[in-house]
Write a protein that binds this ligand. Structure first.
Ligand code: C2E
Ligand code: CA
Ligand code: CA
Ligand code: CA
Length: 279
């Protein structure tokens, strides 16, 4: 009777049926994508506000699907999280980042710290810090070359364990950024217990900065908080000179966004770096 009910449901809800099917199709394609080498990494530079010095670059994944289209991560990372593929994808991102870092250095490029996004499921692994340390050792990359971007919600899941994990990651030499800071509905209390380096100001605040006094007030508070706690700030999604000027005036430390550069494929990023280092 249950099967029957399900069939009826599908019969009467063709749209839902179609969405389940396309979701299954996506999951199957995603399972093949790793083996087929369809993932690519893009790199987006971050600059210091004060002097334009290179602060680092964020590593952002893309998927070139069977049809040759570039699929943005918001379309497949959540699915990868749900179906358990995120572990393998996350390992690939880390390995490819280290490989690229080594290749650029071998080619004589001055490569900044590369910031990698970590998913909740990766961070929740019991031996996350040790695994990260071991993988980097195997890949021959110094942890100091890598920053890990974590979100508030994943830190709050188990505060005691998180504190220990962050402690270990810091010991190993990684730097730690809180991504999308201020959007996570979490308490500020945890900031006292966690060893962190960077607060990334979410682009939703930056976007509204000049129109919305509340957004400006939030950005001011984040910068003041970061300063008091001795953390760096990076504003995300900076698109205009007016946003940049206001953020600098407010004392924001660094910026990332289309105003500096779009996320670039590896070869374009290398060219950007060369031009940057020359000029
Ligand atoms: P995020 O970590 O908040 O990354 C910032 C997003 O803002 C990126 O979107 C970037 O392309 C976009 N962006 C940068 N500058 C600007 C700008 O000036 N204006 C606007 N409108 N957008 C800008 P993207 O690359 O589509 O990534 C989306 C999200 O996917 C990321 O958000 C991150 O949460 C996730 N993601 C990306 N790569 C990975 C990865 O390797 N692993 C995991 N677990 N998640 C990833
Ligand atoms: Ca990020
Ligand atoms: Ca972000
Ligand atoms: Ca985001």
């Amino acid at each position: 009777a249950k099967e029957q009910g399900r069939n009826n449901f599908q019969f009467y809800a063709p749209e839902l049926n179609a969405s389940i099917l396309s979701r299954l199709k996506l999951e199957m394609e995603l399972r093949r994508a790793l083996d087929a080498g369809q993932f690519e990494l893009y790199y987006q530079p971050k600059l210091e506000m004060a002097d334009g010095r290179l602060n680092g670059a964020e590593v952002l994944i893309r998927w070139r699907n069977d049809a040759g289209q570039l699929v943005p991560p918001n379309r497949f990372i959540p699915v990868a999280e749900e179906c358990g593929l995120i572990g393998a994808i996350g390992d690939w991102v880390l390995a490819e980042t280290c490989r690229q870092h080594a290749a650029w250095r071998a080619a004589g490029l001055l490569v900044p710290v590369l910031a990698v996004n970590v998913s909740a499921r990766q961070f929740a692994q019991p031996e996350f810090a040790e695994n990260m340390g071991r993988m980097l050792a195997e890949l021959g990359t110094a942890p100091a070359a890598i920053e890990l971007e974590l979100t508030e919600s994943m830190l709050m899941a188990d505060v005691r364990r998180t504190a220990a994990t962050l402690e270990r990651l810091k010991e190993l030499g990684f730097s730690i950024a809180i991504d999308d800071f201020g959007t996570g509905f979490s308490s500020l209390n945890y900031l006292r217990h966690f060893r962190l380096d960077v607060l990334k100001i979410d682009q939703s605040f930056v976007r509204e900065l000049l129109q919305d006094r509340a957004a400006l007030a939030i950005v001011q508070s984040i910068i003041a908080l970061a300063r008091a706690l001795n953390l760096q700030t990076v504003a995300e999604g900076v698109e205009t000179e007016a946003q940049r000027a206001l953020l600098q005036e407010q004392g924001c430390g660094a910026m990332q966004g289309y105003l500096v550069a779009r996320p670039l494929p590896a070869s374009d990023f290398a060219a950007w770096l060369r031009a940057y280092n020359k000029g």
